[in-house]
Design a protein around this ligand. Structure first.
Ligand code: SF4
Ligand code: SF4
Ligand code: SF4
Length: 340
């Protein structure tokens, strides 16, 4: 008698007493885990694409502050030229281009910049997926940190991030996960993140979450074309420059996307053109996946189904044992057998 996967699952779902118990458990209502909330002392960044001039001072500031090597993608060995986030690059400025590219921050015949980095999600999937808590969200300020000493290199965080942020360092003998940690070492010294420090226009702005929320509201309320002041480095630096208010798209990226993020974006071009995923749910993926896990494991449904399968298999195996001594737990792809 041979027990294949199909037999195993059929037995598990069949009329055994254990499977019946599982079905009862399955009908129990799942206790849904809500998306986590923004921490009380949350900090973050506001990136305003309409202020960005594409100078990439943020990128070189990030490299220097985090002691990251240069990345040569054009073979000149002169410049740091990353095209995307990588094991050597925590932030990158990309550009949208269309048609004649004469209109800044317009989709039609226009161009616009976008800054890629970790968004420091309010309820991060990378933290939820990490089996050893190498990825952690600091409860006080919400910075999402990475502990290389705890990391086992499973790359679950890479797969789980909806924004494609964490990068595995494939080209080193001691690979780590590379991602922005909001310059936590600079924060510990009372400094602001290097990218906000270096940005000459205030396109990358550091502040508390509420202060950045107020700044977003202020900018959204401006009449396009009217003169407006824009702070550099921090919301309350007092170092302002004046420029006509742009026409923003309605969407404030990161306000609600995938449960919200502590790095938020304003832009004049729809975000689907700016290399950011759109149409994400307001509820975090971490809340969904943990609700499912708790339903399956907390309600003992998955272990129960497995147990039912084992019980059924054992019962059937013992019944058939007298007729046939050949007992295989699983089929092997190459047609081999495992004897129990
Ligand atoms: S953007 Fe990705 S890596 Fe950053 S906190 Fe969110 S899930 Fe984690
Ligand atoms: S906060 Fe620091 S690590 Fe993150 S992108 Fe800015 S400079 Fe780089
Ligand atoms: S430093 Fe500021 S203006 Fe320059 S590319 Fe970075 S975000 Fe844009």
């Amino acid at each position: 008698m041979s027990i294949t996967r199909r037999n195993f699952l059929r037995n598990a779902a069949g009329g055994t007493a254990a499977a019946a118990a599982c079905a009862t458990l399955a009908s129990m209502p799942a206790e849904a885990r809500e998306s986590n909330k923004v921490p009380d002392k949350a900090i973050g960044l506001l990136y305003d694409s309409t202020l960005c001039i594409g100078c990439k001072a943020c990128m070189s500031g990030c490299k220097e502050a985090n002691e990251l090597p240069l990345e040569d993608t054009i073979g000149e060995k002169l410049w740091d030229t990353p095209l995307e986030l990588s094991g050597k690059t925590y932030t990158v400025i990309k550009v949208y281009q269309h048609g004649t590219m004469e209109n800044k921050d317009k989709a039609e015949n226009g161009f616009a910049h976008i800054k890629r980095q970790c968004l420091h999600c309010v309820d991060p999937s990378c933290v939820s997926a990490c089996p050893v808590s190498a990825m952690l969200k600091r409860p006080e300020d919400g910075v999402v940190t990475y502990n290389k000493d705890a990391c086992i290199g499973c790359r679950y965080c890479v797969a789980a991030c909806p924004f494609g942020v964490p990068q595995f360092q494939y080209d080193t003998p001691t690979p780590q996960i590379a991602k922005c940690q909001l310059c936590k070492h600079r924060l510990a010294e009372g400094k602001i993140p290097a990218c906000a420090q270096q940005c000459p226009t205030g396109a990358t702005l550091f502040g508390t979450y509420p202060a950045l929320s107020a700044e977003i509201e202020r900018r959204k309320a401006l009449k396009p074309g009217e003169a407006a002041l824009y702070p550099r480095r921090t919301v309350d630096s007092g170092d302002n420059h004046e420029k006509p208010a742009p026409e923003y798209v309605e969407h404030v990226y990161g306000q609600k996307d995938a449960g919200g993020t502590q790095v938020r974006y304003l832009a004049g071009v729809p975000f689907d053109k700016l290399a950011l995923p759109v149409g994400l749910p307001d509820r975090s993926y971490a809340a969904d996946s943990e609700t499912l896990q708790h339903t399956l494991y907390g309600g003992l449904i998955l272990p129960g189904v497995a147990l039912a399968g084992l019980v059924a298999a054992a019962w059937k195996g013992s019944k058939d044992h007298h007729d046939d001594d050949d007992f295989d737990m699983f089929d092997h792809p190459e047609g081999g057998k495992t004897h129990g």
